[in-house]
Design a protein around this ligand. Structure first.
Ligand code: PRX
Length: 637
């Protein structure tokens, strides 16, 4: 494959950017023309941010899996689509060529059909990082079912909420998952979730860890048995279902400022076109490159940059089952050495935790195959950026700091590797098609350079969120109602004197812990479910490794006798209700919270105390009971 839309110089970037602003429809129509369609679109774009209603490639018909798989079979059918590296060093890796992947996807699509899954049905995938996860995703897409992947770290309660929200009747899971030194009991968690979801008709179980699990008659079936049935049917190829450009491809839940996660919905065509465009340009992917994204497929980064965009581009995606620091901090660099990885894409949190182990884990590892390094998910501090540059890239690999969100599906702000300038801790410049605006609290545009504001986008791009599942008004209120005729990202941003963008973090009540998005309201709801808790308030604070840590202020019905045990119990409740990623790092028992006379908690004060900035708490005169602040300061943990 060649990529006619790959930008090759800074000058060209500027031209292409302008071209897109001037004629966005012609621009995206040309790019979309590089893909395989069953029927061409009638019109490129219709949009109205007020509703919001955004449609791309109207009346175009396609199936994304024909773009990911079928169209590659003749030319690069024997090229690896996936290289899978297992959790431990002693197990052999696996390679799936495009032909093999096509076969497996078709086979599992048949399994889904045999089990009653139809176009438009929602299928929950709760699996570890095994190749069967992307196979199941693609099999859903093949038959037009909508997948909802749930990260393997979420609890039964979180799964149940998501299954109910999208009325999911089909689940694909594993007996368990290996992640570092842990075996995650996936099926047990699903069993617990299903106590409250009697509408689930079928659970297909892939065996990975051989953990003992329950299998309920008439509901649970084994992946391998189902595959055998398809083999007995002669492995008929499942033709891809014809999908409308705007048919939903998947739902992915993410946290917002309310207590309930929202199901972000992405379409088929727009998602495919934009994400592939971003992949080829940001990473400057060349055919044959080995692309290693260390994210979990349970997050948007994994969906887009392990699975769909890489396969659409005919690339080779390396997928790793385990953790960067297990069994030791040399694991990632072994993988780079062993598979001659060309592009590595990871989170600042991973870089910071690897930095903490020093340089010994890198010694003796041949990293000379690397061409491009990437980061995503949170602001990268300069120290981590320079460590990555010096010790991993050996100062010869451009670093792309890529900014995006579950809602944007693909990278919107990033330098293009080696093509446009990099700047430590800056996402730098928007991709063509992305019209950024900084606004003040009133929504007034802040023009000029060396300015900060709330980050908005004024024109749709093909992979913009279409709706939040089952609640379109929520989508409008969350993203399109804060400022007129603009998509609001929820992030604060600085534009420097040269016009480069630096993301400064969330401006809403959303935390970014180790690159994972967690709503403070969600954590508060979970804490409040703990026995004896009367009220709580959760804020973020700077954490050396995680970027942000979770600090919880908790009012109990009487101060606990054993504070340590009570803290551990509350943390356990949160892990049970949401999942271990939301476990608070610090819990302080307080007798009151700083509230205004109207009862609103002044989080600004709580944030400052959590950050240790006790001296300058600002104006506290509007508080109902200013005395409470001193007590909180004194009890800081
Ligand atoms: O605050 C921004 C931060 O992560 C948020 C999106 O989280 P999520 O939807 O889970 O997707 C994470 C993976 C794309 C953003 O609103 N964020 C993401 N990338 C960066 C970032 N913050 C700073 N720099 C980045 N490169």
């Amino acid at each position: 494959m060649s990529y006619p839309f790959q930008i090759k110089s800074y000058e060209q970037y500027k031209e292409v950017y302008k071209q897109n602003v001037d004629q966005p429809e012609e621009f995206w129509g040309d790019i979309a023309g590089q893909f395989v369609w069953r029927k061409k679109w009638d019109k490129v774009l219709e949009w109205d941010f007020k509703k919001p209603d955004v449609k791309w490639f109207i009346n175009g018909k396609l199936n994304i899996t024909e773009n990911c798989l079928d169209r590659h079979l003749d030319k690069i059918g024997d090229t690896p689509a996936f290289v899978w590296e297992p959790n431990g060093r002693d197990e052999a890796h696996k390679v799936f060529t495009y032909k093999e992947l096509h076969f497996k996807v078709s086979q599992f699509a048949h399994v889904l059909k045999n089990n009653g899954v139809k176009k438009g049905d929602r299928v929950c995938l709760y699996m570890g990082m095994v190749p069967e996860l992307p196979i199941a995703m693609l099999a859903c897409a093949r038959i037009g079912a909508i997948h909802s992947v749930i990260f393997g770290g979420f609890s039964a309660q979180s799964i149940s909420d998501r299954l109910q929200d999208a009325h999911v009747e089909y689940i694909v899971t594993g007996d368990g998952a290996f992640r570092g030194g842990k075996d995650i009991p996936l099926k047990n968690v699903i069993d617990d979730a299903l106590v409250t979801c009697p509408f689930v008709k079928r659970v297909i179980v892939y065996v990975r860890t051989q953990a003992p699990i329950s299998m309920i008659k008439d509901r649970d079936v084994w992946w391998t048995d189902e595959v055998k049935k398809v083999e007995a049917q002669g492995n008929p190829v499942v033709a891809a279902e014809e999908m409308d450009a705007e048919d939903p491809l998947f739902i992915l839940y993410t946290s917002g400022s309310t207590g309930k996660p929202k199901g972000v919905v992405h379409s088929s065509a727009g998602y495919m076109v934009y994400t592939t465009y971003s992949f080829v340009n940001v990473f400057q992917y060349e055919p044959g490159d080995i692309h290693f994204c260390t994210a979990d497929i349970g997050w948007i980064t994994g969906h887009t940059y392990i699975v769909y965009s890489v396969l659409c581009a005919g690339g080779t995606s390396l997928m790793y089952e385990g953790l960067p620091t297990w069994p030791d901090a040399g694991r990632l660099w072994d993988i780079v050495d062993k598979h001659k990885v060309n592009i590595i894409y990871t989170a600042p949190t991973a870089i910071r935790s690897l930095m903490a182990y020093g340089l010994t884990p890198i010694e003796g590892k041949d990293l000379s195959s690397l061409k491009v390094l990437g980061t995503v998910g949170e602001p990268i501090n300069e120290e981590a950026w320079h460590w990555y540059d010096e010790h991993i890239g050996k100062k010869r690999c451009p670093i792309v700091d890529t900014w995006f969100q579950t809602e944007t599906a693909g990278i919107l702000i990033s330098n293009l590797a080696g093509v446009t300038p990099a700047k430590p801790s800056y996402a730098t410049l928007p991709l063509p098609g992305i019209q950024l605006v900084l606004v003040d609290e009133q929504g007034k545009e802040i023009t000029g350079n060396d300015v900060s504001g709330n980050l908005c986008i004024r024109f749709p791009w093909p992979s913009i969120i279409r709706t939040t599942w089952g609640d379109h008004e929520r989508c409008r209120l969350n993203y399109f109602a804060t400022y007129d005729d603009m998509y609001f990202t929820g992030d604060g941003c600085y534009r420097d004197a040269d016009g480069f963008y630096r993301i400064t973090g969330r401006v809403d009540d959303v935390l970014n812990v180790s690159g994972h998005r967690i709503g403070t309201a969600e954590v508060e709801n979970a804490i409040n479910m703990h026995t004896g808790v009367l009220e709580s308030a959760v804020v973020g604070y700077p954490h050396e490794l995680k970027g942000q840590g979770i600090y919880a202020y908790v009012i109990m019905d009487g101060m606990p006798e054993n504070k340590q045990l009570a803290q551990a119990d509350i943390a356990q409740t949160v892990a049970r209700i949401i999942g271990p990623i939301a476990r608070p790092d610090k819990i302080q028992f307080v007798t009151g919270l700083p509230k205004t006379r109207s009862g609103k908690i002044m989080r600004r004060i709580l944030r400052k105390i959590a950050e240790g900035e006790m001296a300058n708490l600002g104006d506290t005169s509007t508080l109902l009971d200013p005395g409470v602040v001193n007590d909180i300061k004194d009890g800081r943990v």
